[in-house]
Write a protein that binds this ligand. Structure first.
Ligand SMILES: [Zn+2]
Length: 356
């Protein structure tokens, strides 16, 4: 595997952007601060004013005219018609960086969905949008609920808003929208077109039981398919993916990245209905754009399985995935923490840091 951060570091030191974009830089280019604005070279944009901004300090570009943005790898793929591997090898060669022994993250393993699974994957209800907006607005208008969320679960208001959380005041429950992967781009409101597949619920005190004492079971919500879903939408420059076990862990992970100024680095996804179909969904996922994939499942959570035995499901799923994807990283939490939420909420006391 190539170390893209190292490649970019070397190339930036050599001012490689001037070479990469040399065809575009001419007398009509405008330098503003740490950017050069040139006419957009992308095939779908017939640009007459310089609206394509090239950063002089980062390996990034951003077009204000057509909305395209990404890193140099992404630029080479778009303009040269290359695949990711070819673009990466080209930049590595320019930087004089050798491949390390670690294999590049594998492509997806072919997996055929059964007819029933296929049917479930295409479920999509437009009515969900109206409900999502109503619950989202409710939460914004209830400062006490936002405060409760932060006190009980460590989730700050900006995180709740980023993740589209809401509350249903009639049914007294938290409403967690389940977004389709690829439908979110939080970076650019123009492309903010989330597809809501359904919802997860928690009672207002975060228990798993509704006001009638019945357990919320996502499998019983006909509108919520069991699939991998989006928490932090992917932007073209993201080369890291993390698969978290649950929504609240995933929200807190986003918050942790944000606090460290790194929320733009990592695409975050989670299974919508627990771990039952995780391995199948991961097999069908396309990992080609990523240089690093991390799986962070609960450490220590024991369930009674169908045979009536105690089972550490998270650990077993990670073992199963490790057989198929040995190049992934598994659970980077320090020992003794059950899940990311527990670690995050206890972090201030223990002062343990984890890489992000
Ligand atoms: Zn453009």
């Amino acid at each position: 595997m190539y170390d893209i951060n190292k490649i970019y570091e070397i190339l930036l030191m050599q001012n490689y952007q001037k070479e990469l974009f040399s065809d575009l830089i001419n007398s009509s280019s405008i330098v503003t601060g740490s950017d050069i604005n040139v006419c957009c070279p992308l095939p779908n944009h017939n640009d007459s004013t310089p609206s394509f901004s090239i950063s002089l300090t980062k390996p990034l570009y951003n077009c204000f005219g057509c909305g395209a943005k990404g890193d140099w790898l992404d630029y080479l793929q778009k303009t040269q018609n290359w695949d990711f591997k070819t673009a990466l090898a080209y930049l590595a060669d320019k930087a004089g960086v050798e491949k390390s022994n670690v294999p590049i993250v594998k492509k997806k393993i072919e997996y055929s969905y059964t007819a029933k699974e296929k049917e479930q994957k295409v479920i999509d209800f437009e009515a969900n949008d109206a409900y999502f907006i109503k619950c989202f607005d409710n939460l914004l208008n209830h400062p006490s609920a936002l405060k409760f969320l932060e006190e009980k679960r460590g989730i700050k208001p900006e995180t709740a808003i980023h993740c589209g959380m809401g509350i249903d005041t009639e049914k007294q429950r938290w409403v967690i929208p389940v977004f389709k992967i690829g439908s979110l781009n939080w970076e650019d409101p123009k492309f903010w077109n989330p597809k809501i597949l359904g919802f997860e619920y928690r009672r207002s005190d975060f228990s798993l039981f509704d006001i009638n004492g019945k357990k919320f079971k996502c499998h019983k919500q006909p509108s919520t398919p069991s699939t991998l879903v989006e928490i932090n939408g992917k932007s073209p420059e993201m080369r890291k993916l993390i698969i978290m076990e649950g929504f609240f862990d995933a929200y807190l992970y986003w918050q942790y990245l944000k606090e460290n100024g790194k929320e733009h680095t990592t695409h975050i996804i989670t299974p919508s209905c627990g771990l039952s179909r995780l391995v199948e969904d991961v097999k069908a996922f396309d990992f080609t754009p990523y240089l690093q994939v991390t799986v962070m499942l609960d450490n220590d959570y024991k369930h009674i399985n169908v045979q009536g035995e105690l089972e550490n499901i998270g650990l077993n799923k990670m073992k199963e995935l490790n057989e198929l994807f040995p190049e992934f990283k598994y659970n980077v939490l320090p020992d003794g923490y059950k899940d990311f939420s527990e670690w995050y909420i206890g972090m201030n006391k223990k002062e343990v840091k984890i890489a992000c």
